[in-house]
Ligand binder design. Structure first.
Ligand SMILES: [Zn+2]
Length: 138
């Protein structure tokens, strides 16, 4: 019996060889499909079942796809959007955490967020992104 399970395991592993597998976007699609299938039970929301089914099919397609560079580009695009969304909250959290020790401000040239220590008087800051030199009173 154990040999039979091992044989099945090897067959699945050899079948998955060269395929993309799971990533963060696949999990997000699966969880969204699950939530939408539950929401489809609400009145007048039956169409959500088909949206969820589409997301489920997309996630399964991504898992078994052999076009790995295309799947990586999809993940990269998703992560760019994800990081933009989470970065907003992360900055708010860090500003609150460092409110007594650091000052946050934006570079006037490239709009990058810079962080300098509080209470150092007048300092000159060089923006790491564009090289702009900024005089700041902290
Ligand atoms: Zn800058």
């Amino acid at each position: 019996m154990k040999a039979w399970f091992q044989k099945i395991g090897y067959k699945i592993a050899s079948w998955m060889y060269g395929r993309y597998g799971n990533d963060k976007l696949t999990y997000v699609l699966l969880i969204s499909a699950l939530l939408l299938s539950f929401l489809a039970y609400l009145p007048y929301c039956f169409f959500l079942y088909f949206v969820g089914l589409g997301l489920l099919i997309w996630s399964v397609f991504r898992t078994f796809s052999k076009n790995i560079p295309k799947r990586r580009r999809e993940l990269e695009r998703y992560m760019k959007i994800h990081n933009k969304f989470t970065g907003f909250f992360k900055l708010r959290r860090n500003k609150w955490r460092d409110r007594k020790t650091h000052v946050y401000f934006k570079c006037p040239k490239c709009r990058a967020v810079l962080r300098v220590p509080k209470g150092k008087g007048s300092i000159t800051v060089t923006c790491p992104q564009c090289g702009e030199r900024i005089n700041k009173n902290t």
